[in-house]
Design a protein around this ligand. Structure first.
Ligand SMILES: *[C@@H]1O[C@H](CO)[C@@H](O)[C@H](O)[C@H]1NC(C)=O
Ligand SMILES: *[C@@H]1O[C@H](CO)[C@@H](O)[C@H](O)[C@H]1NC(C)=O
Ligand SMILES: *[C@@H]1O[C@H](CO)[C@@H](O)[C@H](O)[C@H]1NC(C)=O
Length: 221
């Protein structure tokens, strides 16, 4: 039988060699290897992209133990990196404010304007807020709130919860990430991240909060 679809990528055939390469199986870690990680991360992200694209069509030809090793490494990397990811922007002003706790299945887009911190909770596609917050776009922390976060969750720094849901009705329209563009995907693309931040800044402006936005960031849960 003639194969209708030709494989789009030559790299797919070279992958087993990559997965096998001694560099990946015999890598040892020391302080000088840690300092090369930023470069390593760039290469790894690029290579992983290829692995992901090839997996659908070629994974059945890879050795099970190589795939298992990769899955195990990815899982450990995800745990460690995600823990760190949640702690970005901790030094934002005003520093008297506790760091907001970012919820999973979404994120917080935050800016500081005139000594007040504003964070807008957002949910990924397919998730909805557990409280109705259509008219409550953001939470805030400043001297006016005695450096506590305004939040529906009593006595904490958690600003929102995103629960699995087939409909999105509890939040404002802009409080949801678009389809196929969840928080991490957005953060991985500088332009998309800036769009989300700019939307929030103009929303604040139309709420009468105007000024130079500082410490802008998107924190993914
Ligand atoms: C550190 O590890 C790299 C490989 O990851 C190796 O080439 C280098 O010799 C090691 N350096 C020391 C001081 O062990
Ligand atoms: C998988 O098993 C083969 C031998 O069957 C071995 O040569 C290879 O190094 C193993 N791969 C990993 C990642 O351990
Ligand atoms: C949302 O999820 C939380 C825990 O993740 C749960 O306690 C809560 O009951 C859920 N709310 C709804 C409306 O499903």
């Amino acid at each position: 039988m003639e194969m209708k679809k030709r494989s789009p990528c030559l790299m797919c055939f070279l992958l087993p060699v990559f997965l096998l390469s001694p560099a990946s199986s015999q890598a040892t870690t020391n302080s000088s290897s840690c300092s090369s990680v930023p470069t390593l991360l760039e290469h790894l992200s690029a290579q992983l992209k290829i692995v992901v694209e090839c997996a659908d069509t070629h994974a059945s030809q890879w050795r099970e133990n190589d795939t298992a090793t990769l899955l195990d490494s990815l899982r450990r990397a995800t745990d460690v990196l995600q823990k760190h990811q949640k702690t970005v922007c901790l030094d934002a002003a005003p520093t008297q404010c506790p760091a907001p706790v970012v919820h999973s299945k979404g994120g917080l887009v935050c800016v500081t304007i005139k000594e007040a911190r504003y964070c807008k909770p957002m949910c990924n596609k397919g998730y909805d807020f557990s409280f109705l917050r259509r008219s409550r776009l953001y939470e805030t922390c400043s001297a006016l709130t005695r450096y506590l976060w305004t939040t529906s969750y009593v006595g904490g720094n958690k600003l929102a919860v995103c629960n699995k849901s087939s409909i999105e009705i509890s939040g404002a329209e802009t409080a949801y990430f678009p389809k196929d563009q969840d928080c991490l995907k957005t953060k991985s693309d500088h332009n998309l991240e800036q769009q989300i931040i700019q939307t929030f800044v103009s929303e604040l402006k139309s709420n009468g909060i105007d000024g130079n936005p500082e410490h802008e960031c998107l924190i993914c849960g």
